[in-house]
Design a protein around this ligand. Structure first.
Ligand code: ADP
Ligand code: ZN
Length: 342
């Protein structure tokens, strides 16, 4: 086990990497804890939840809604949870997002801790304190910002993670490499998903490095005015096509990253060779980089994007591999470019 402390504006968050789930009982008083998890994890890792107070929610983004939150709050009341209660979220991004949100609402705020069980939650969703739920089809429409007391990484959860969820997580890892870390990019080129899957040591190093990247980007820009926008690389187009074509998040942003790499050539002198490397890396990690799109419909969704400001879209492009940049593109120009591209 390795402890690393991350300093956020208002709080120090400890990360316990390569830790055992049972360590939680040494970190917080057992009588005060209530666990929140989803049906899949509860079933696959039932032994971990023996003799604990557990609230189980149905699995999947579809249930990341206020009605689920209300239900959990009812159960917290039944369990006589009070201000001293610590809510421990064990799951993917859906569970960890709801955990932070519920902890910031219940009795005007109780403590929470997160145990991410997907790659995506480990390297992305759990870091930065953002939480919330979807409202109907609108993703993360309500929520708060609340840092957990600690994050605990127990890689034994990954043994049951379906391959498609590994692939989704690696899309965010490739994103981090593209915008911030050329060495990581090269390391990914020289390795494979299959190699990471069988080596806990390799995985631990990879996860720690990605947590560090996400932490640095988030903490450099608490107000989300600049640097943090880099994390949207591939996400403007990605979010637009995710719902429309019912794509897994990783697939959607992969197509978005491929398109952004291509746009980087014409607008930002990104080289053809480097774009080729991005496409090859996505392909190597079983991610798609192309899709037949109804670009007119996609464009209508993009126009509603939160990142749009007036006549410009703050699009993320690459200068080089490992060096992303926030690039305002006039909407008319972006519309034309996408029309040509798809
Ligand atoms: P994400 O982390 O990708 O945002 P979710 O929280 O929806 O998304 O998790 C994705 C799916 O993987 C869900 O069906 C969830 O139940 C399942 N899941 C999460 N962690 C594990 C795990 N360690 N083993 C097996 N299934 C898991
Ligand atoms: Zn994402």
């Amino acid at each position: 086990m390795q402890k690393v402390e991350y300093i956020f504006q208002d709080k120090i968050v400890s990360c316990f990497f390569d830790a055992d789930f049972s360590v939680i009982e040494k970190l917080v008083p057992k009588v005060a804890t209530v666990y929140l998890t989803d049906e899949n994890i509860h079933q696959l890792h039932s032994e971990k939840f023996n003799d604990k107070k557990v609230i189980v929610v149905p699995a999947g983004e579809k249930f990341k809604q206020q009605s689920t939150v209300d239900n959990v709050i009812d159960q917290l009341i039944q369990l006589e949870a009070d201000r001293e209660t610590i809510l421990i979220g064990v799951g993917g991004g859906v569970v960890t997002d709801m955990t932070g949100y519920i902890a910031s609402l219940y009795m005007r705020g109780i403590k929470c801790c997160l145990v991410p069980t997907t790659i995506l939650a480990m390297v992305d969703a759990c870091i930065g304190g953002k939480n919330g739920v979807d409202v109907g089809i609108y993703k993360n429409m309500v929520g708060t910002v609340k840092q957990p007391e600690f994050l605990l990484y127990d890689y034994s959860f990954l043994k049951t993670l379906p391959t498609e969820e590994w692939i989704n997580g690696f899309a965010e890892i490739i994103k981090h490499a593209c915008i911030k870390d050329a060495d990581l990019f090269a390391e990914l080129e020289n390795s494979s998903l299959e190699e990471f899957k069988i080596s806990a040591l390799k995985m631990d190093r990879l996860i720690q490095r990605n947590v560090q990247i996400k932490y640095q980007v988030v903490s450099a820009d608490p107000l989300e005015q600049g640097e943090r926008r880099l994390l949207n690389f591939g996400h403007t187009l990605g979010h637009a096509i995710e719902n429309m074509y019912a794509l897994p998040h990783g697939h959607a942003i992969s197509i978005g990253m491929a398109a952004a790499s291509t746009i980087s050539i014409s607008l930002n002198n990104f080289s053809l060779e480097e774009r080729e490397r991005v496409l090859n890396l996505l392909n190597k990690y079983h991610l798609p980089f192309d899709l037949e799109l109804d670009i007119q419909k996609v464009w209508q969704i993009i126009l509603r994007d939160k990142k749009r400001s007036g006549k410009d879209m703050k699009f993320i492009l690459l200068n080089k591999i490992g060096d992303g940049v926030v690039f305002p593109i006039p909407l008319i120009q972006l519309g034309n470019i996408l029309n040509e591209l798809f």
